[in-house]
Design a protein around this ligand. Structure first.
Ligand code: AMP
Length: 360
């Protein structure tokens, strides 16, 4: 182990709220952050240094990486060549492989299935004939998702019997896609795993996640996931993290299809970064997902991941944030505002975590 001493600088590609919370967690350990982003996001307000630069300005990215001790990222669509440009100057954690796999749904599905883990039946779709063929093989209804750059339910459309193939492809901009069978799940969960460079792996408790309009609405711990299934979820996430030789926090989203199924969990997708469904760890754990990500990329000992409280995290989306003064007055809420000015519909403006005594 070669831990970066306090006073070292962690470079973060991306300047959103995840970068903001990473920088705040790093500060608690006496580490500094240098944010690199193509726009002035919420992380710029809390970092020791910032660079406003294009992600495809590779010389600039290399020069940025020369000024820091390690580079990490807070969004999964960092171009691979950007990560490689940083790698010319210092370690990049998690690595390029995690980005490569997570950026493309088809690559991701094949990777997870290749590890022998269950995913929804899927087929690649490049044109109308391909979609007709995939629909015939998988059956309908099914979900058509763009392979790249889809998030928060964007870039996907449900295809039902009788729907027009071309119209469905038009709805996702005729982009390369996958068709995926609809999973009849009971609820959705995510595993938040943190892995150190030496391979040590720890997990947070597994939240139950609810979505509204394709965007995460809330994450609650404890979830009603049976103990046996919980163990299987951790095993699956650990398998993925190890196969990627991953360093940092990885979020793996899964569908719970019931305890009677041979495989009670289906992997939906992974995020090679700290994850929205882990925000409750700031208020309900001694060491949050953000701090443990920083600890991992800085090669520090990982911190405890146990929960000291029950918690429900709820996102403040768009004008939900207007209720901030009422939320600030609540006795059992941790209020987190991201410092964004413009509360557009669908925009994550902050979150609250309601905590209560630990029940299990
Ligand atoms: P994704 O962008 O893949 O995370 O999808 C966003 C949300 O759409 C998920 O959190 C689920 O609620 C829903 N969803 C995605 N894929 C499927 C599927 N194959 N079956 C059922 N629901 C899905």
């Amino acid at each position: 182990m070669h831990p970066l001493p306090p006073g070292s600088t962690i470079g973060i590609l991306g300047g959103g709220q995840l970068g903001r919370m990473l920088a705040m967690a790093a500060a608690r350990l006496g580490l500094k952050c240098h944010i690199y982003s193509d726009h002035r996001g919420p992380a710029f307000d809390v970092a020791a240094a910032t660079t406003l630069g294009e992600f495809d300005d590779f010389d600039r990215v290399t020069r940025f990486a020369e000024t820091v001790d390690v580079v990490t990222y807070e969004f999964e669509n960092v171009p691979l060549d950007t990560a490689r440009a940083a790698l010319n100057a210092c370690p990049v954690r998690p690595g390029v492989k995690a980005l490569e796999v997570a950026q493309d749904r088809l690559t991701e599905k094949r990777f997870v299935a290749g590890l022998g883990l269950p995913v929804a039946p899927f087929a690649p779709v490049d044109d109308d004939a391909g979609l007709a063929n995939a629909a015939a093989v998988l059956g309908l209804p099914a979900i058509l998702k763009t392979s790249r750059l889809g998030y928060d339910g964007k870039g996907q459309v449900r295809l039902r019997n009788g729907d027009d193939i071309s119209t469905a492809r038009a709805a996702i901009g005729f982009r390369p896609a996958i068709l995926e069978s609809v999973v009849a799940f009971e609820f959705e969960v995510s595993v938040l795993v943190v892995r150190a460079p030496g391979g040590e792996t720890r997990f947070y408790d597994i939240p139950l996640n609810t979505h509204q309009n394709g965007i995460l609405h809330s994450s609650a711990v404890p979830s009603p996931l049976p103990t046996r299934v919980r163990a299987r979820a951790l095993e699956m996430a650990s398998h993925i993290a190890t196969a990627l030789d991953y360093v940092g926090v990885l979020g793996v989203e899964m569908f719970y299809v019931g305890n009677n199924a041979a495989e009670p969990l289906i992997v939906n997708e992974m995020a090679p970064r700290v994850h929205n469904s882990g925000h409750w760890t700031i208020d309900a754990c001694l060491v949050s997902q953000f701090e443990n990500h920083i600890r991992a990329v800085a090669d520090w000992p990982l911190g405890p991941t146990e929960r000291h409280s029950d918690a429900v995290m709820t996102n403040l989306i768009g004008d939900d944030v207007d209720t901030w003064s009422k939320l600030a007055a609540a006795a059992d809420l941790g209020l987190h505002l991201y410092g964004k000015n413009d509360p557009r519909p669908g925009r994550k403006m902050g979150h609250v975590t309601r905590i209560g005594p630990k029940t299990s």
